[in-house]
Design a protein around this ligand. Structure first.
Ligand code: GLU
Length: 467
């Protein structure tokens, strides 16, 4: 069975890669990898008015960033129009699809009349051929759409990988438009031809598509094509219990990349949001692939939890290689207008990252720490008044003297601090707090000697002497 597993993700390039799509992409990818199958990327660009190359580029970049490598694609639907036409012609020839010349006004009228009678506002089948039925005369100047002859009776049932058995009656759905007047196929038709041609065995997608699935199953059946297995993942909710949307914060993968999240943390968090493997909260992409067999997917909606995501990210930042963090932090610093020399990024910045990564939950937060070493620092006004009192000034001058002459190493700096404490009789926090505020702008820093060692001596002396 394993060789035949083929999954796909089929985003529409009408915006960034949405977190919900990223999650189903991730499940599709992990499922294919788990079973040694193939993962296909298809770009569903038939909504010509809304599809853009920029969105395609963003989607590809986000897939790359997340490490979701696809084996085939990107396959563009707009490059497959000939194939759709071929299948449309075949369905028409077989009497399984037909041209419909109803105008939008006529369709509105039918809908209104049905509603007035308390019926479901479905298409009335005016142009659907039937034995013995005379169709209306073809009107002049009306471009027809093509409709699919949906089975009039019976149920469509499938065993959803996520939701379990689902049944929808054919009475609930009508003869779907499968090609628009310009000949471009609609989503429900193109998706079936593609999933068939691409031999897709498993479709993971958002549950907003559940209502489309009966149409798709009927079209698969009309084509004599084998059905894939469907898994509809519940929506992701924002913290207000509503569907996660732009209005409620960042919904694109790109926003999180820019916000200083690591891709493996996103992958971990997204995977866990809607799926579980025992109590595991932190796992690598390799572990996910190892564990992900399509079971233990949640039936109910998951809630986006920014605090948990930050925690997951902070765990990955703690473990991340310092040189890798330095490269990411250098990019973030660049956005703040702080350009660094390669030598600094290669040697000094990794040390800064090593010292501050334990207290940074994003690379943006880490960059804010790093900025203190490469740009001016403005001490927090309250902390300044609180810690840098006139009484402390002589001790600060004393420390500055010691630091002027000592070797610039953590050990020597620690010794200098101790000497000042011994001479003045002060306790460590009394001296360390004001030094931190003056040098780093805040009293909350890692060990003072470690911080000072990484800060340029001249900078430390200049900051200590500020008033
Ligand atoms: N283009 C559809 C979407 O972005 C794909 C749905 C599917 O996976 O079938 O929602």
């Amino acid at each position: 069975m394993t060789a035949k597993i083929r999954t796909r993700i089929a985003p529409s390039p009408t915006g960034f890669l949405h977190l919900g799509t990223a999650r189903t992409a991730l499940y599709s990818w992990a499922y294919a990898r788990h079973f040694g199958g193939k993962f296909v990327l298809r770009i569903e660009d038939t909504d010509v008015a809304r599809s853009t190359q920029d969105s395609v580029d963003q989607i590809l970049a986000s897939m790359r960033w997340l490490g979701l490598e696809y084996d085939e694609g990107p396959i563009y639907q707009m490059q497959r129009l000939d194939r759709y036409k071929e299948v449309l012609d075949q369905l028409i020839a077989q009497g399984k699809a037909y041209y419909c010349y109803s105008t939008p006004e006529e369709l509105d009228a039918v809908r209104e009349a049905k509603k007035a009678r308390g019926e479901k506002a479905l298409y009335d089948g005016c142009w659907r051929p039937a034995p013995g039925k005379t169709l209306p005369p073809i009107p002049d100047g009306v471009q027809p759409v093509i409709r699919f002859c949906n089975p009039p009776d019976g149920d469509v049932t499938w065993d959803d990988l996520v939701k379990g058995p689902i049944t929808i009656s054919n009475h609930e759905i009508d003869d779907l438009i499968i090609a628009r007047t310009d000949g471009i196929p609609t989503y429900n038709f193109a998706v079936v031809v593609d999933d068939w041609d691409m031999q897709i065995s498993h479709v993971f997608r958002g549950d907003e598509h559940i209502n489309n699935t009966p149409w798709q199953i009927n079209i698969f059946n009309a084509l004599g094509a084998p059905l894939p297995q469907f898994g509809h993942c519940p929506v992701i909710l924002g913290d207000d219990g509503q569907k996660l949307s732009k209005r409620r914060g960042a919904v694109s993968v790109t926003a999180y990349e820019e916000g200083g999240y690591l891709p493996e943390a996103m992958l971990n968090y997204l995977a866990r949001l809607g799926w579980s493997h025992g109590d595991e909260e932190l796992f690598s992409p390799a572990q996910l692939v190892d564990w992900f067999d399509g079971t233990h997917l949640n039936k109910s909606p998951a809630q986006w939890d920014p605090v948990k995501l930050l925690w997951v990210n902070s765990q990955y930042i703690k473990q991340a290689d310092n040189s890798r963090l330095a490269a990411l932090v250098a990019q973030q610093l660049g956005k703040l207008g702080i350009a660094l020399e390669n030598a600094v990024v290669g040697s000094h910045l990794p040390q800064v990252c090593a010292l501050f990564k334990d207290r940074s939950d994003t690379t943006v937060a880490l960059a804010a720490w790093a900025a203190k070493f490469y740009a001016e620092v403005t001490p927090d006004a309250t902390e300044l008044t609180q810690h840098v009192t006139p009484a402390i000034r002589p001790a600060l001058t004393h420390l500055a003297d010691k630091l002027t002459g000592c070797e610039w190493s953590r050990v020597a700096i620690a010794a200098a601090i101790k000497e000042v404490l011994a001479t003045t009789g002060m306790k460590m926090p009394q001296l360390a707090m004001p030094v931190r505020v003056l040098v780093m702008g805040t009293a909350q820093t890692p060990s003072l000697d470690a911080v000072l060692e990484l800060c340029d001596r001249e900078k430390v002396l200049a900051r200590l002497s500020r008033v």
